[in-house]
Design a protein. Structure first.
Length: 98
């Protein structure tokens, strides 16, 4: 199975929401992604899709976060969400996205 990983583009938004909703069995993940895209901290190059041919079959998004301790503060990334369409889960596509 040949999988291509590439950054998302505006034409992918609807399909990305659909893939996430299918993978999680609810619409909350698609809504989360839409909200994260509107955040000024969103980095478009960190929202990636997995494609098989021309079809998007998976998605991953890394979002900047700050980790605070009592003494320090660290910039990091959170992985949220990651999805693969249900019929292709368990085949290593999520690992390729990571």
């Amino acid at each position: 199975m040949k999988i291509q990983i590439r950054p998302e583009n505006k034409n992918d938004y609807k399909t990305i929401s659909m893939v996430n909703d299918m993978a999680f069995g609810q619409k909350d993940e698609g809504i989360l992604i839409e909200r994260l895209r509107k955040n000024k901290k969103f980095i478009k190059e960190l929202s990636l899709v997995a494609c098989m041919g021309n079809e998007i079959i998976g998605h991953i998004l890394f979002f900047p976060i700050k980790i605070n301790s009592e003494k320090d503060s660290f910039d990091s990334l959170a992985l949220a969400p990651m999805s693969v369409i249900p019929e292709l889960q368990g085949l290593g596509i999520g690992s390729q996205l990571v």
